[in-house]
Write a protein that binds this ligand. Sequence first.
Ligand code: S6P
Ligand code: ZN
Length: 195
Amino acid sequence: MFVQTNEHLNMKSDQVISPRVFFSSGHLNGEDVVYESKRLSELAGLFADRAAAEEMDGNLPVYEVYSWVPVPQGTEGGLFFGLTNLHPGLVGSEYFMTKGHFHAIENRGEYYWCIQGEGILLLMDKQRETRAERMFPGTLHYIPGYTAHRVVNTGSRTLRFGACWPSDAGYNYDPIAADGFSVRVRKVGKVPVLG
Ligand code: S6P
Ligand code: ZN
């Protein structure tokens, strides 16, 4: 990786500081980057066919999340930056997906953008009305406040997407843990079907 140093810039080192966080297509590296890996064993309850999930290897990685947290969680006015790698796979006929969440401060919005792969972003409002947006490289998605968001990998390679959200948004997983989304995405024949 090419890193521009202060020497390249020919400036006094107290005028320009070197970047401390690096974004490459699959990783975030640097200060204040938090990494989390989600394995099938902790996600089994998301899938309609729980028995199928429990028959599979619980160590299977389903997705990894890198979050750059440059200010403490809960800071008003700041932003976080994330990168999620959601692997391809099926539990029964249902595609691998993220847990999905509302934000703890419900009115906080977010951007997602797709870097690699293909999938579906499910957006569910408080009345459980769900709409879906296709994701493929280059798509940009605005997630309004009061809207639960989940990504489903309908492709054959890792679906990679970026995210940017307010540092005081927080997470509320409880409504999804209790009732799920109102729409599931299943593979029927060779294609994804919502229902
Ligand atoms: C955070 C943002 C993403 C997700 C990540 C995993 O607001 O939406 O970084 O945390 O894609 O999804 P989930 O639903 O397991 O947190
Ligand atoms: Zn979010």
